[in-house]
Write a protein that binds this ligand. Structure first.
Ligand code: NAD
Length: 476
């Protein structure tokens, strides 16, 4: 059976005791590979390698252009190996191949290009002082970065962390989610092929608590922890990091509100709303899972939205025509379907969808009449389940949208420019998309308020986190 190895200090390795864990294809239910199961020892070895590469190796001492050339070469290799990378994520977690081939892998490669160029072209600040002194800023690499990733966009979310960390001269230990180990090992191998020195990008596989993940968060030799995953895991990592005062950057859960006003272009609103909740089978932190529609167009919107949801092509994720694959694992399927069971008890009804047709599939599901206190309205389901409700006034819509402990993102559909600006300002969200969804400029801040995270990723925001900005003050 194929082995997915750790990549530590430039070498593909098994765990010291040879222990492995199965990686299961959620569509077939079969174990398609085995990954090395790392623990405290392997995490420590990876940190040692990253530490040495940072303290003694060429990477942090290279110029931005030289580092950038290697990162661009890595992007070239990712594009050349697009099929293998796409198949790795699709097989590991059931995401349609059209998405991994068309979006995830190309965007992952472009992350390396963007952050390489951003680091090279960034201007530092200079402050000529009234006193005659001259102050300027240097952005020194922070050191060893532990990057801990979730399973829903494996390669893409890993590269959002790894690319800026490397571009700014850090070394990295990446721990992918245990459900999706394959693409991370491929990435580390391609990085070596691109000319990255050993120890600069290490990958260690394993679980979270009591395993490789937790070990990385408690290691005092780690200078930064960047984590994407559940809010509850973020709390555990924050507590672990506090012991060493290790700075953290967290991208956590979401319960995105999607507001459709009566003056919206309904064709546009329906099409984006479908993508917002059913792409990746709803396993998206940014999912538009709470859909509020102004009463004048509520029924019209709902009819069209429901019809479009029922028309989505469900099937084998390796079939290029598939739009909705299975959920990522049996464990996650149990979680999502348990939420469906709460709907009638909490006062709502399922208008369309539900579990099936087989295996780990959940059909695009529309829930109506759920009171704001219902679990499906309050908690992150992370599945293809949209809760739809009418609203009357703009103030009602904003109040409903903000009635959540999360604050990751929201969508607004309106043709009224003033309303778009007003509502965007009033929403508690790290990103507001108006008449679109999931469009990202890597220079813009990305992250969440409230339970959705700490800090922001992107452009100068990533620079702040992955460097230790230093003020140099000179007398003239
Ligand atoms: P998770 O929190 O269960 O696991 C994420 C990672 O953390 C895995 O690699 C896991 O092994 C590791 N981990 C778990 N416990 C740990 C611990 N105590 N110490 C160290 N590491 C630990 O999340 P998941 O189920 O893989 O991903 C889904 C979640 O991620 C959802 O809540 C989703 O909203 C969130 N997410 C957020 C964003 C964002 O940008 N805000 C993006 C994608 C996913």
């Amino acid at each position: 059976m194929e082995l997915i190895p750790h990549v530590i200090d430039g070498r593909e390795t098994e765990s010291r005791d040879g222990v492995r864990f199965p990686t299961v294809d959620p569509f077939t239910g079969r174990t398609w590979a085995e990954a090395a199961l790392g623990g405290r020892d392997e995490a420590a070895l990876a940190v040692t390698a990253a530490r040495r590469a940072f303290d003694e190796g060429p990477w942090p001492r290279m110029g931005y252009a030289e580092r950038g050339a290697i990162l661009h070469r890595l992007a070239d290799l990712m594009e050349a190996n697009l099929d293998e990378l796409a198949l790795a994520d699709t097989t590991d977690m059931g995401k349609p191949i059209a998405d991994t081939r068309g979006k995830d892998v190309p965007r992952s490669a472009s992350n390396f290009r963007f952050f390489a160029d951003h680091a090279r072209l960034s201007a530092a600040e200079a402050f000529p002082m009234d006193s005659g002194h001259h102050a300027y800023t240097r952005f020194e690499p922070a050191g060893v970065v532990a990057a801990i990733a979730p399973w829903n966009f494996p390669l893409m979310l890993e590269t959002w962390k790894v690319a800026p960390a490397l571009a700014w001269g850090n070394t990295v230990v990446l721990k992918p989610a245990e459900q999706t180990p394959a693409s991370a090992s491929l990435l580390a191998k391609l990085a070596l092929e691109a000319g990255m020195p050993p120890g600069v990008l290490n990958v260690v596989h394993g679980n979270g608590p009591g395993s490789a993940g937790e070990a990385l968060t408690t290691d005092p030799r780690v200078d930064r922890i960047t984590f994407t995953g559940e809010s509850a895991t973020g709390r555990a990592i924050a507590a672990a990091a506090a012991a060493n005062l290790t700075p953290v950057s967290f991208e956590l859960g979401g319960k995105g509100a999607n507001l459709v006003f009566a003056d919206a272009d309904l064709d546009l609103a329906v099409s984006w709303s479908i993508k917002a909740i059913f792409s990746n089978a709803g396993q998206v932190c940014l999912a538009g899972s709470r859909l509020y529609v102004q009463r004048d167009v509520y029924q019209d919107f709902l009819d069209r939205f429901t019809a479009a949801a029922e028309a989505l092509h469900i099937g084998d994720p390796k079939d290029p025509a598939t739009q909705l694959g299975p959920l990522a694992s049996a464990e996650h399927y149990a979680k999502v379907t348990s939420y469906l069971d709460t709907v009638p008890a909490d006062g709502g009804k399922i208008a369309t969808g539900g579990a099936g047709p087989e295996g780990l599939f959940v059909r695009p599901t529309v829930v109506l009449d759920a009171p704001p206190t219902a679990r499906v309205c309050r908690e992150e389901i992370f599945g293809p389940v949209a809760v739809v409700a009418p609203f009357d006034t703009e103030a009602d819509a904003v109040a409903a949208a903000n009635d959540t402990p999360y604050g990751l993102n929201a969508m607004v559909f309106t043709e009224n420019l003033s309303r778009a600006h007003r509502v965007s300002a009033a929403l508690k969200a790290g990103t507001v998309w108006t008449n679109c969804f999931f469009v990202r400029d890597l220079r813009a801040p990305f992250g969440g308020a409230g339970d959705s995270g700490i800090g922001r990723e992107g452009g100068t925001y990533s620079r702040e986190f992955f460097t230790d900005p230093k003020a140099v003050v000179m007398a003239t």
